[in-house]
Ligand binder design. Structure first.
Ligand code: SAM
Length: 285
C-alpha cells in the first residue's frame, strides 16, 4: 500500500470520517522522493532511535520504521491514534504518544530508551509552532545527534541566514549556537494535502559537540538574543536594557569594554559578539 499517495490519504480520511485540522497544521506529505530524502539525509541506521514530531497518518513514520531500530512518535491529535495503529500495524518497533510536543519531556523518553547508537529527531513540523518546537529542543538540551525537519521556507531561510545579516533572527542565533545547518531540499507546496499557501524546505541540524561559542551563562546569552531580536529596530543599548538585571549605564560600559558600538542593532552582531556581551554581563553580576 502506498500510504503517501493522495488516493490512500483520502481513502483513510473518508473511512475514519477524519477531517483535517487547519489549526493543528495538518498538511500531509504525498511525495515519495521527499519522504526518502528526509529519511536518507537524517542518517538513520538500524540501531538508531527515531523520535518523530507529528506523524499524521504515518507517511514519514513508515519509512523511518523500515530504517531505524525504534520509532517513537508524538502526535497531539487523538483522532490520529487509531489511524496510526492501523496504518503501522505491521511494525512492532513503533510507539505513538498522544501528547503536545511542547509539553513532552523528550529527555525522559530518550533516557527510558537507552542503548541505541544515535538519537535522531525527524518531522514535518506543524507550521503554527515551528519556532517554539526548535527552540524547545535546543534549549532543553535534548541529547539528539541530528534533527531533520521540514518547515515553511521563510523559517528555513531565517535559520540558515548568517548571524549578523539582515535575515537573521533569534532562531538563527539559537540554532547556529548549537548546530551546523544544512539545507536538504526545497519542497513545493503542491506535494501536500491540503496545499499550504507557501513552499517548504527541509533542514538538517547537526548538534555540535560543544556550542559554537563558549559562554559563561547560557540563560544570559539567550536573554541577549531574545531581547535583541525581539526589538530589532532598536539600538542594542535600548533593546538589551535590563538583561541580567542591569540598566543602561552599566550596559554602556559592557559595550565599551568589548569595543562594540551601542548604536548597532542586534541583526549586525555576530555570535561571538553576543557571547562577549553576555559574558561581561554575567561576570559583573
Ligand atoms: N508527518 C505527517 C506528514 O508528513 O504527512 C504529518 C505532518 S503535519 C504538517 C503536522 C502534524 O503534527 C499533524 O499530524 C498534527 O496533528 C501534528 N501536531 C500539531 N501540533 C502538534 C503538537 N503540538 N504536538 C504534537 N503534534 C502536533
Amino acid at each position: 500500500m502506498k500510504l503517501y499517495s493522495a488516493q490512500t490519504i483520502n481513502e483513510i480520511k473518508d473511512r475514519h470520517n477524519f477531517k483535517l485540522s487547519k489549526s493543528l497544521g495538518q498538511n500531509f506529505l504525498t511525495d515519495k522522493n521527499i519522504i526518502d530524502e528526509i529519511i536518507e539525509s537524517s542518517g538513520i541506521s538500524s540501531n538508531d532511535l527515531v523520535i518523530e514530531i507529528g506523524p499524521g497518518i504515518g507517511v514519514l513514520t513508515k519509512e523511518a520504521l523500515e530504517a531505524a531500530g525504534r520509532v517513537i512518535a508524538i502526535e497531539i491529535d487523538q483522532r490520529l491514534i487509531p489511524i496510526l495503529e492501523e496504518t503501522l500495524s505491521e511494525y512492532d518497533n513503533f510507539e505513538v504518544i498522544n501528547a503536545d510536543i511542547l509539553k513532552t519531556d523528550l529527555k525522559a523518553i530518550i533516557e527510558a530508551n537507552k542503548g541505541y547508537d544515535a538519537v535522531r529527531i525527524i518531522g514535518n513540523l506543524p507550521y503554527y509552532i515551528t519556532t517554539p518546537i526548535i527552540m524547545k529542543i535546543l534549549e532543553d538540551g535534548i541529547p539528539a545527534d541530528s534533527i531533520t525537519i521540514m518547515m515553511q521556507k521563510e523559517v528555513s531561510d531565517r535559520i540558515k541566514a548568517p548571524v549578523g545579516s539582515k535575515n537573521a533572527g533569534a532562531i538563527t542565533a539559537a540554532v547556529q549556537f548549537y548546530c551546523n545547518v544544512t539545507q536538504i531540499a526545497s519542497v513545493p507546496k503542491e506535494v501536500f494535502i491540503p496545499r499550504p499557501k507557501i513552499d517548504s524546505a527541509v533542514l538538517r541540524l547537526d548538534v555540535l559537540n560543544s556550542p559554537a561559542v563558549e559562554v559563561k551563562d547560557k540563560s544570559i546569552f539567550f536573554e541577549c538574543i531574545k531581547k535583541g531580536f525581539g526589538q530589532r529596530r532598536k539600538t542594542i543599548l535600548n533593546s538589551l536594557n535590563g538583561v541580567g538585571g542591569i540598566g543602561k549605564e552599566e550596559l554602556a560600559k559592557v559595550f565599551e569594554i568589548n569595543d562594540i558600538d551601542p548604536q548597532r542593532r542586534a541583526e549586525t552582531l555576530s555570535l561571538e559578539e553576543f557571547g562577549k556581551i553576555a559574558d561581561t554581563i554575567s561576570g559583573g553580576r
